[in-house]
Design a protein around this ligand. Structure first.
Ligand SMILES: Nc1ncnc2c1ncn2[C@@H]1O[C@H](COP(=O)(O)OP(=O)(O)OP(=O)(O)O)[C@@H](O)[C@H]1O
Ligand SMILES: [Mg+2]
Length: 626
């Protein structure tokens, strides 16, 4: 089992698709079992609700029967006991009830109504809580599982896909199996009881009501799929439109700088025009089907009342029984209505859960080896031994081949090479974002795969090529480097990173909110925040992937100074795009298409007059030193 999946009911075995209904239910069930008290209570309260529901209708029938025979001049005699009244009401044998029973009957009914309301509260609250808890547990487990997956997974999975499975797929799936299906089962039970009670009153009336139900079902089966298809098309188009607007307005600068507004408007118009016709199409069909869905109940009710009136007038049915049948008819009709789109709901829920469990079945290729140990005291010797690597998405194409080098503790080495040479990839391997295809990476002589991944990463500080900040305040972003850091430590880190001045100038200082991904900061400022974060983490080994975007010379000076301070006393791997950054490193490693082509100090490499010297000449002009 993936040792980093700590929380929740994450199944152990990797399961291959297809996910059958039983397979999905088997995996969903433990989440409900974890809530077993609430789960059982749901059944108890729904059962009580059904019982009180049916009992109320039977009580109504008893009361109406007594009133009816009383008005007709019958129902004489003394009062009966409560037990007698209740049992005879359930048995639907009210012929012996008397006018003296009436206050008791009303009293019983009043008490049941009060009980009914409190049961109603729990009946709807407990399942709702059950569903919220299951959704919560599943989301938490999936989030924890996902955040431990390797980068291969994130390279091939769109982030929108992740959010949609985490948010809507989970809630839809849980809703369908926790609520919709349960409700249907209970409706079915109510239906059966209702049929039994109704046939005891009048078989022809029961048949009539049931056939109205069948008509409703046929109508829905005929039109619902078409309505759903059209409404799905509308939803899909809406998704396209909102995606388009998001992307375009997210990149408004590009749009405006290329002055493509007219073209963009045309594209947008085409999409919303399309959406308009789809909506009209949907409205046309739903108006048409509305004729049937409204007229069937209307005609049905008329027929039920007509036939009922006929039976009453011909003495075959009492008025009380007709009223009883009338009140009962919803219990017969509801299941038909629910059944018609149950299949669809279950399919949607199953689809969602399948996608969720698919993610649960993703296994990280980066995991602790059996017997992995935490990194203890790190001296900081870093060594790559014959490391080759290729991304699975480009199988066979080696991004790094037979890379070997060693950096002594506290020393610094810089990667130099053209864009795409594999510099970022090489340092990613050190943090085990990926594992080498062959060869090994060693820290203080031990293969890094022998260390626990988390503790390995705790000892490596990374300042990435694109300084990644999260929305929130500057303080929160720096604290990310060490969550338990004190405020004065954060301020010290800011000073060390040359970020104090610009942060102090901001109106709210370290409490300034820097917007999504830190958009409110300049490139150089973002980098210095990222450097401050690394200062706070204070790792033995440091990886610095220099930003590609050029900084102005003042910013560069500040960043450079902060970097030099950060390097002191740490083993450092720097990726340099500006050679001025690496004038003082101990060793320069020149990468070309994933191969190490030159290695040595600045002076040595200049003297060698090879690739590095050519790079250098390109950036500084021949003959000048760095
Ligand atoms: N996640 C990925 N999946 C597949 N291929 C990748 C991935 N990341 C990088 N590559 C490929 O690997 C090669 C090396 O990329 P890398 O990012 O290591 O280059 P780099 O030397 O850091 O370049 P730059 O100077 O532009 O940052 C490139 O050809 C790139 O297309
Ligand atoms: Mg890079």
């Amino acid at each position: 089992m993936d040792t980093r999946s700590r929380i929740g009911v994450v199944p152990v075995e990797k399961q291959k698709t297809p996910y059958t209904l039983t397979a999905i239910l088997k995996r969903l069930f433990p989440y409900f079992i974890a809530e077993k008290n609430r789960f059982l209570l749901t059944f108890v309260f729904v059962g009580l609700k059904i019982a009180s529901d049916l009992f109320l209708l039977l009580m109504c029938r008893s009361i109406l029967s007594v009133i009816e025979s009383w008005v007709k001049g019958n129902a004489r005699g003394g009062a009966h006991s409560i037990a007698y009244l209740v049992s005879h009401t359930i048995a639907m044998d009210t012929s012996s009830f008397t006018a003296a029973d009436l206050p008791w009957l009303v009293g019983i009914m009043g008490s049941v109504v009060i009980a009914f309301f409190s049961v109603g509260y729990f009946r709807s609250f407990i399942p709702a809580k059950l569903i919220s808890n299951v959704t919560f547990a599943m989301r938490r487990a999936l989030y924890d599982h996902l955040q431990c997956l390797d980068l291969f997974f994130f390279d091939r999975t769109r982030s929108g896909e992740i959010t949609s499975r985490l948010i809507s797929d989970i809630s839809q799936g849980v809703q369908v199996f926790g609520m919709t299906l349960t409700i249907f089962i209970f409706q079915l039970i109510v239906f059966c009881f209702s049929v039994v009670f109704m046939t005891r009153v009048s078989v022809p009336m029961t048949l009539l009501v049931t056939s109205v139900g069948v008509l409703i079902l046929i109508n829905m089966l005929l039109f619902v799929p078409q309505l759903r298809d059209r409404s799905l098309a509308v939803q899909k188009k809406l998704g396209v439109i909102s995606g388009m607007a998001n992307e375009r307005f997210g990149g408004i600068k590009v749009m405006q700088s290329f002055t493509n507004e007219d073209m963009e408007l045309e594209r947008f118009t085409e999409q919303i025009d399309n959406h308009r016709s789809l909506t009209i199409n949907l409205a046309r069909l739903s108006s048409f089907t509305g004729i049937f869905s409204q007229s069937i109940p209307l005609v049905g009710n008329t027929a039920i009342l007509g036939m009922g009136a006929f039976l009453v007038l011909s003495g075959k049915l009492t008025l009380a029984d007709l009223t009883f049948l009338w009140m009962m008819r919803d219990h017969i009709l509801n299941p038909f209505q629910i059944f018609s789109n149950l299949g669809e709901q279950v399919a949607i829920g199953l689809g969602g859960l399948e996608r969720v469990f698919e993610f649960f079945d993703e296994r990280s290729s980066i995991k602790d080896m059996p017997g992995a140990v935490p990194v203890k005291q790190v001296n900081g010797a870093v060594e790559f031994r014959d490391v080759s690597f290729s991304y699975p998405s480009e199988r066979g194409q080696e991004v790094l081949s037979h890379l070997s080098f060693r950096v002594e503790p506290g020393m610094s080495a810089a990667f130099v090479g053209a864009s795409g040479a594999g510099k970022t990839t090489a340092v990613d391997l050190l943090s085990r974002f990926y594992d080498p295809t062959s060869g090994g990476i060693f820290i203080d002589g031990r293969d890094i795969r022998e260390f626990e991944v988390e503790s390995l990463r705790d000892n490596i500080g990374v300042v990435m090529q694109e300084a990644i900040l999260f929305s929130g305040t500057i303080r929160e972003n720096i604290r990310y480097g060490r969550p338990d850091a004190r405020d004065d430590e954060i301020n010290a880190a800011l000073k060390m990173a040359n970020a104090w001045n610009f942060v102090a100038e901001m109106r709210e200082g370290t409490e300034t909110v820097i917007g999504e991904r830190g958009v409110m900061l300049s490139g150089g400022q973002r980098q210095r925040i990222a450097i401050a974060r690394a200062f706070l983490k204070n790792p033995r080994i440091l990886v610095l992937d220099e930003a590609t975007s050029a900084l102005d010379s003042v910013s560069e000076h500040y960043v450079q100074e902060a970097i030099e301070r950060l390097l002191k006393g740490r083993t450092t791997l720097i990726i340099a795009h500006r050679l001025s950054t690496i004038a003082h490193v101990d060793k320069i490693l020149v990468l070309e298409k994933g191969r190490l082509v030159e290695e040595g100090s600045h002076t040595e490499l200049i003297a060698k007059n090879g690739t590095y010297a050519a790079f250098h000449a390109q950036q500084f002009g021949k003959g000048k030193g760095a």
